[in-house]
Design a binder for this molecule. Structure first.
Ligand SMILES: Cc1cc2nc3c(=O)[nH]c(=O)nc-3n(C[C@H](O)[C@H](O)[C@H](O)COP(=O)(O)O)c2cc1C
Length: 156
């Protein structure tokens, strides 16, 4: 059975290099997701993540167990898992959408003055997924994965 799983989380601010974290996450996501026929979207703004994962139930659920323990984010709020007949994000192993005015307006209309995915409810969640589907994909320049231990360390 294929499912869609959505969650929101807060960035771990102890992790000091946001851009590198985003690049690493997207590299890991695209490698794994391509190999396992997982599709989805990731949005980041205002220290918060929102991600939607689509794919075979067992694979998505075991990936989510791993993602939940990832130290780059905290306070993971799972919105639920729904069976799906077709994929919404089939074009993307992981579409990355960066801060965007339509999404800011969307949250303003929900009465939130910043991106606050934790406030989403079933109706607003579906409307938000529509916004993400319409949004442009952002390309972050691909950089070699650095990893926490090697950041800022001069080997000489
Ligand atoms: C917000 C966020 C989203 C992530 N999304 C994915 C994803 O879609 N696919 C994936 O394989 N890893 C994703 N990861 C990374 C995983 O948590 C994990 O680091 C990665 O799968 C490599 O794990 P491993 O080396 O222990 O196997 C994400 C991490 C974060 C913080």
């Amino acid at each position: 059975m294929n499912i869609r799983l959505c969650y929101a989380s807060k960035r771990n601010e102890n992790s000091d290099d946001l851009l590198q974290d985003l690049r690493d996450i997207l590299t890991e996501a695209r490698d794994f997701n391509t190999q396992h026929c997982i599709y989805g979207v990731l949005y980041y703004a205002d220290n918060a993540f929102f991600q939607c994962l689509e794919g075979e139930q067992a694979i998505v659920e075991s990936l989510f167990e791993k993602i939940k323990t990832d130290a780059r984010h905290l306070e993971v709020k799972h919105f639920g898992t729904d069976p799906i007949d077709q994929y919404t994000f089939k074009r993307w192993s992981m579409k990355y959408v960066q801060r965007n005015t339509n999404i800011e307006t969307f949250f303003l209309n929900l009465g939130e003055n910043s991106f606050n995915p934790g406030c989403l409810e079933p109706n607003s969640l579906n409307a938000f997924l529509e916004e993400l589907l319409l949004a442009e994909q952002t390309t972050l320049p691909v950089a070699k994965k650095v990893g926490m231990v090697n950041r800022g360390v001069n080997p000489f």
